[in-house]
Design a protein. Structure first.
Length: 222
């Protein structure tokens, strides 16, 4: 909720919103199995099956964007439209130095607002540590998604990226040109600022409202 807190209520005015906490995140405990974007995609598909939902629009930010791509690849029958915010499908899509920095990542350097929000949902410091370690492990083991798999995605997609994002704008452009039915929006700001992510510096920005309306209009179109 720390990611979507400032736009979730607006999206929920016209849509039924299902906010998913994946393995080792928030209220959902970790279990003894590998964590991957493919596994996350299968988990979301299983959740929709449990909820008797046959088709949905999917929005994912950052790692969630990569998970949404995997949902569209592995479970295309479930996908109506995709909103991909700061999504990555190739390792080269990240800014120079990102992968070297990820190898040295530590919980101590995680933004405090994100720690606080996790502990608000689940007051377990061991769980926070596990989530962090799992996320780092998943990123370091991430492998490129083949262009052919991206080209086979037939869902219409809205790709959003910040011009100072951890995901390179060139990569967002490449993704928008590789997906057969995609639109691209590059907005001012860093990672997640355009949706009011909790660690964003400018708490008074009106850009999240603009982005919310952009998403709503995209979902309305045929």
């Amino acid at each position: 909720m720390s990611t979507y807190g400032s736009i979730l209520h607006e999206l929920a005015k016209d849509h039924k919103v299902i906010a998913v906490e994946l393995q080792a995140h928030g209220h959902t405990p970790d279990i003894d199995r590998p964590l991957s974007f493919e596994q996350d995609a299968d988990d979301v598909a299983s959740l929709l099956m449990q909820l008797s939902i046959n088709k949905a629009d999917f929005m994912g930010f950052s790692n969630g964007g990569t998970t949404c791509l995997q949902i569209a690849i592995r479970h295309p029958e479930l996908v109506n439209k995709l909103v991909l915010a700061s999504a990555t499908y190739k390792r080269e899509g990240m800014q120079p130095g990102f992968w070297d920095g990820m190898k040295q990542a530590s919980l101590e350097n995680m933004p405090q607002p994100l720690k606080d929000e996790y502990l608000k949902a689940n007051p377990d410091s061991a769980g926070l540590r596990k989530m962090f370690d799992r996320d780092v492990e998943r990123m370091l083991s991430f492998k490129d998604i083949a262009d052919e798999k991206i080209r086979n995605i037939q869902a219409h997609a809205l790709i959003i990226n910040g011009d100072r994002d951890v995901v390179r704008t060139e990569h967002a452009f490449e993704l928008s040109r590789t997906l057969p039915h995609a639109q691209l929006a590059i907005l001012p700001g860093g990672h997640g600022e355009y949706i009011g992510e909790i660690a964003a510096i400018n708490k008074e920005s009106k850009i999240p409202l603009l982005v919310t309306n952009m998403i709503i209009e995209f979902l309305k179109t045929h």
